[in-house]
Design a protein around this ligand. Sequence first.
Ligand SMILES: [Fe+2]
Length: 195
Amino acid sequence: MAKAKAKSSVSKSPAAPAGKVPAKGGTRVAQESGSRSAPIINIGIDREDRAAIAEGLSRVLADTYTLYLTTHNFHWNVTGPHFNSLHAMFMQQYTELWGATDVLAERIRALGHYAPGSYAEFGKIATVPDVPQQPPKAMEMVRILVKGHETVSRIAREFIPVAEQAADAPTADMLTARCTVHDQTAWMLRSLLED
Ligand SMILES: [Fe+2]
């Protein structure tokens, strides 16, 4: 006889509004994974903490992916006298962002949740706006990317204490490293806008 399925307190908790730290365990953003045939995850971080951290990582992932796509689009569509330098700079930046999405997604998996990975899911949870339909002028592209990097930095920073409170040093370190990259990239892009 099949055992009754264990009730999930996680799936009953309300999702936090986009960009806000969720209540402990409050998530529907990163669905919990697992199977009865596999051992229960036992890495010293309780289930509700793993859910809250996975939600934070999912939001950072959605924003990182959206910023990646925006940067790659700008690499393709930039025009004007700064074409060469911006085309090359955007390539460096989208390559870095692309690499980061994999690291973030796989940390979500290590915490026992599924990683979001569709335009529909990203569209629901990302704070960074979608790529503009009409390619902007070169310096407007730079301005959009400054805002994007600052936004991802703020979201990542917001979730560092959630990871720290659960003694999840790997996630806290990962989010700290993301803040370093986003702050530095925002500075470099912002410098292009100065006289
Ligand atoms: Fe290219």
